[in-house]
Design a protein around this ligand. Structure first.
Ligand SMILES: *[C@@H]1O[C@H](CO)[C@@H](O)[C@H](O)[C@H]1NC(C)=O
Ligand SMILES: *[C@@H]1O[C@H](CO)[C@@H](O)[C@H](O)[C@H]1NC(C)=O
Ligand SMILES: *[C@@H]1O[C@H](CO)[C@@H](O)[C@H](O)[C@H]1NC(C)=O
Ligand SMILES: *[C@@H]1O[C@H](CO)[C@@H](O)[C@H](O)[C@H]1NC(C)=O
Length: 277
């Protein structure tokens, strides 16, 4: 019941000819999970167009000023094009809180055509007020072990082409180690060590989850939905690994909090208020 956005990008290798990818290409949505239990995933956000108010991608709160999502969700757009819905499992609930990004930090090596480094940070123009429905999620730095089960959450439809449900959906998926994942994709280099792969043998998990949406293990964020093949074809999905991109994330978060930003080597895209954190 979660949704993922399916582009049709053609590849030479036979079986894996369709890639689930950025939202602009299609609005396919696939059957899968179940309604999230009350209080589940208070870190979940809905990334929305500021004009339309329409849900476009998932993401997670990792700090009072920072949201993390997939780079393909923000690609080519200004921070002012977005708003971020927090603190609710119901897209239509009134009185929930919106926040506004003032800066997007896309991974500097994001390579859309190679499916690499598909991760971005959104800095908000004010601090998120945390409560029991609105919380940051801790980042997981540890490598996952085979057999790990991850919790995927997002908004999606109950059937192909159906309406987007108001309620957040959740789905448990199985972690697939890198070598197995790459082998399952005909040894394609589209699967790299910056990905965490998952699979659900019911043909549900294989392509469920909002782009940019969070995968969590033992309450900690381990990955963000990146890409996959159409549901029920038996291929694992690939997500941006939080452990792998830990330095990227930490560098930008600490840069925004420190007064002596000269100490850090990396430059952020449009530094505006690094003294305000
Ligand atoms: C959150 O707190 C409010 C009031 O403080 C309470 O009514 C509500 O049930 C709580 N929700 C959860 C999920 O604990
Ligand atoms: C939200 O507010 C609008 C306008 O005030 C109202 O029409 C709608 O029924 C409300 N929705 C919910 C779920 O309360
Ligand atoms: C944040 O941005 C929104 C949208 O541009 C604006 O309405 C709001 O006043 C801003 N908040 C602050 C604290 O600057
Ligand atoms: C992928 O690589 C492995 C190890 O190099 C090899 O055993 C396997 O046959 C390859 N699979 C495909 C589909 O090419």
């Amino acid at each position: 019941m979660l949704l993922i956005w399916v582009p049709l990008v053609l590849f030479t290798s036979g079986a894996t000819s369709q890639i689930l990818y950025p939202p602009q290409y299609t609005n396919n949505r696939i059957v899968g999970g179940e309604e999230a239990a009350e209080g589940l995933a208070p870190y979940q956000i809905s990334l929305q167009g500021i004009g339309s108010g329409a849900h476009s991608c998932g993401g997670a709160i990792i700090d009072e000023r920072w949201i993390i999502t997939a780079a393909h969700c923000t690609r080519g757009r200004q921070a002012a094009a977005f708003r971020v819905l927090t603190g609710t499992q119901d897209l239509h609930q009134n009185g929930t809180k919106y926040y506004y990004p003032d800066r997007i930090v896309e991974h500097s090596n994001y390579a859309p055509r190679k499916y690499r480094n598909d991760i971005a940070l959104l800095h908000l123009n004010e601090s998120i007020v945390f409560d029991n429905a609105t919380q940051p999620v801790e980042l997981d730095h540890e490598a996952l072990v085979p057999g790990s089960r991850l919790l995927l959450t997002g908004w999606g439809t109950l059937s192909l082409g159906g309406d987007v449900p108001a309620r957040l959906q959740s789905l448990e998926v199985n972690y697939v180690p890198f070598e197995q994942c790459r082998a399952a994709h005909d040894n394609s280099t589209r699967v790299d060590i910056g990905h965490v792969c998952t699979f659900n043998d019911k043909g549900r998990g294989a392509c469920h989850g909002d782009s940019g949406g969070p995968l969590v293990h033992n309450g900690k964020l381990v990955a963000l939905v990146n890409w996959g093949l159409p549901c029920a074809k038996g291929y694992p999905d690939a997500h941006a690994s939080i452990a792998y991109y830990h330095d990227f994330i930490r560098t930008h978060l600490s840069l925004s909090k420190t007064d002596s930003s000269e100490d850090l080597q990396e430059e952020i895209v449009t530094p505006q208020d690094e003294n305000r954190g």
